[in-house]
Write a protein of this length. Structure first.
Length: 241
C-alpha cells in the first residue's frame, strides 16, 4: 500500500491470469486486507502480462462449489475500486472487471464474452451487472451478437471511464487513485453505497437512504474538517473519522 491506495495485482501472466481456486482465494484474502487497512482509501486491481484475465481454467465453464468467490469479494469492498484493463479480459475475467467501480483501459484492451457461441451461459454476475450498467438491450447485443468490445467501444457504452495509450495506463491509474484517496473516505464509501443500492430500492426508499447517509456524514470529523479547510482556504486532511 502507498499513498492511501491498496494495489492488487493478478500476477500469473503465464496462465494469462486464469481465475482458478488459488487465484480466487488469494483475491478474497487481498480484498479482506484492503478493506481492513485504515490507511487504504482506494483499491486498484491491475494485472501483469499480455492479458487482464482470460477467465476460468481451460475447459471449465463454472467454478466448483467450494471455490472462493473472489469476484464477490471485490464487489463487496466498501472502498472505491479502480480496475486497470490492459490486453484481453474474457469470460469471468470480464466479470471481475465489472465488479470494480471505475475501469480505465489501455487502447488495445478488449472485453470478450464468447460463451453463447459455445452454447454456454456467462457467469460471475456478468448478466446482472452488465444489464445494470448498459441496459438490457445493449447487454443482450453484446452477449448474443457482438461477443466482443474494444476499449473504445466499451468507453462509448460507459463501461470504461477512459481509454489511454498502453504506456500511460499505469500512470493514469495511479493519478486517478491518488486523486480519490485525497477525498473524504467516508463520503466516498457512502456515495458508493447509495449508488450500488439505487437499482435495488424503490425511489422513495433510495431517496431516504441518500438523506440518511447525508445526515450521518454531517456527524463525522471529516465533514467538520472539510468545512474548516474551505473556510481556511487550504486542502482538507481527512482521517476517515
Amino acid at each position: 500500500m502507498r499513498d492511501g491506495v491498496a494495489w492488487l495485482t493478478l500476477a500469473r501472466p503465464t496462465t494469462r491470469n486464469r481465475l482458478d481456486a488459488e487465484m480466487l482465494g488469494a483475491l478474497v484474502e487481498a480484498c479482506a486486507v484492503a478493506e481492513d487497512a485504515a490507511e487504504a482509501r482506494v483499491v486498484v486491481l491491475a494485472a501483469r502480462g499480455p492479458a487482464f484475465s482470460v477467465g476460468l481454467p481451460a475447459a471449465r465453464a463454472w467454478p466448483e462449489a467450494g471455490w472462493p468467490d473472489g469476484i464477490g469479494a471485490l464487489a463487496a469492498l466498501g472502498k472505491p475500486v479502480v480496475v486497470a484493463l490492459a490486453g484481453e479480459a474474457r469470460g469471468w475475467g470480464v466479470a471481475l472487471a465489472l465488479a470494480g467501480d471505475l475501469r480505465l483501459a489501455a487502447r488495445g484492451a478488449v472485453l470478450a464474452l464468447p460463451e453463447a457461441r459455445g452454447g454456454r451461459l456467462p457467469g460471475g454476475g456478468i448478466t446482472q451487472r452488465l444489464a445494470r450498467m448498459v441496459g438490457p438491450a445493449r447487454a443482450l447485443e453484446l452477449l448474443l451478437v457482438r461477443q466482443r468490445l474494444t476499449a473504445t467501444q466499451a468507453s462509448d457504452w460507459g463501461l470504461v471511464s477512459a481509454v489511454v495509450p498502453g504506456a500511460r495506463l499505469a500512470a493514469v491509474v495511479a493519478e486517478t487513485a491518488r486523486t480519490l484517496s485525497a477525498r473524504g473516505p467516508i463520503a466516498l464509501r457512502f456515495a458508493k453505497e447509495a449508488v450500488n443500492r439505487a437499482l435495488d430500492l424503490p425511489l422513495d426508499e433510495g431517496m431516504r437512504l441518500e438523506h440518511d447517509l447525508y445526515v450521518l456524514l454531517q456527524t463525522t470529523e471529516d465533514r467538520r474538517e472539510g468545512v474548516r479547510a474551505f473556510l481556511e482556504r487550504r486542502k482538507p486532511q481527512f482521517h476517515g473519522r
